[in-house]
Structure formats: structure tokens, C-alpha cells
Design a protein. Structure first.
Length: 183
């Protein structure tokens, strides 16, 4: 859409703004029922990548150290207000960076394996820690990391630091992904 708008005479910035506002008015549901492996195929074809846990949390928090970037019902579709279904993207309040649905709606894959002691790597001031590069056998929870919470689970999961390991080969109707890119 951006390319088409630029061919019609808009600057890149104008085209991106128009495309963003158009997509927000289209009632687009998040893509779900995606395995981690499916997300990797998409990233390979598009040149994007899944964010690491650290990148995901940084984007979610947007400079705010609170568990959520607003009141739960204002920022997230969750088990308490979603009526057991996902909802249109961007129908709740965005965070300070302008990202919608960082909390709630659907759970999101990250690029890292689950490691129960992940936050200990940050205690010494590491700014962008690498997540586990391989599956850990040192914890009862295994799998790739899901972040953000969703309409399945419990409202407590809809907070910036909540994380869960899930089997990367399974597809579930409450799991999707968000891409990142290198500038």
C-alpha cells in the first residue's frame, strides 16, 4: 500500500501515515493459530525477525517500569473483557511508542527459548541480554517464549514482565507473533 501511495505522488512519510490510518479503520484481526516455526518461515521470506525477549519487553514498556502501560481494561483484551475471542487490532490504547496490543488480545512468540533464570542475566546492568540460545532442561517449563498475555489464560498474564514457554511446533488459536527489523 505504501508503494502504491508513493507512486501516486505522496512522500514516504505521508504514505506510511495514510496506510497506518487506513489499516486501523479496517477492523483487522490479529493473525493467530501460528506456530513458532510458521513465524520463522514468514520472517525468512520477508527479512523480518521475531524480537528477542528483551526487545519485546522494551517495546512493550516504552520507558514505563509499571507492569502495564495503562489500566488493564483500557490497554488489553483479556479474559475479563474479551468474551472468549480476539478483537480488531488497535482497538485499545497504544503504549507511549505507539504500539498497540503489546498486552492482551493474543500471545506473541519471541525468538528466545524459555529460561527460568532469564531475569538474573539482567541484574548486573545488561542492557540488551541475549535469551537462551537452546532449549533448557533446567526448568519444568520448556519451549519458545510467549509474551503479552491474551484473551486466553488469566488477566495476570497481561503485563510487561510475564513470560511463558510453549512448544514451538504447535499452533493454537490464541497465539500469533509480532515482527521486528534491524534499522
Amino acid at each position: 500500500m505504501v508503494d502504491m501511495l508513493m507512486k501516486n505522488g505522496l512522500t514516504k512519510e505521508q504514505a506510511e501515515a495514510k496506510a497506518a490510518s487506513a489499516s486501523m479503520s479496517m477492523n483487522i484481526l490479529p493473525v493467530d493459530t501460528i506456530s513458532w516455526a510458521d513465524s520463522q518461515k514468514f520472517c525468512y521470506k520477508t527479512g523480518f525477525q521475531l524480537p528477542t525477549e528483551a526487545q519485546w519487553e522494551y517495546a512493550c514498556r516504552a520507558g514505563d517500569n509499571n507492569p502495564r502501560y495503562g489500566e488493564l481494561s483500557e490497554v488489553a483484551w483479556n479474559p475479563g473483557n474479551a468474551n472468549k475471542t480476539s478483537h480488531s487490532v488497535a482497538s485499545k490504547t497504544a503504549n507511549a511508542l505507539g504500539f498497540y496490543d503489546m498486552l492482551g488480545n493474543i500471545w506473541e512468540w519471541t525468538g528466545d527459548w524459555y529460561d527460568g533464570s532469564y531475569y538474573k542475566t539482567c541484574e548486573k546492568g545488561v542492557v540488551d541480554p541475549n535469551g537462551a540460545a537452546q532449549k533448557s532442561s533446567s526448568t519444568a517449563i520448556t519451549g519458545r517464549v510467549l509474551r503479552g498475555g491474551g484473551w486466553v489464560g488469566f488477566p495476570y498474564g497481561c503485563r510487561a514482565s510475564y513470560r511463558y514457554g510453549y512448544d514451538p511446533d504447535h499452533r493454537y488459536y490464541f497465539i500469533g507473533f509480532r515482527v521486528a527489523r534491524n534499522p
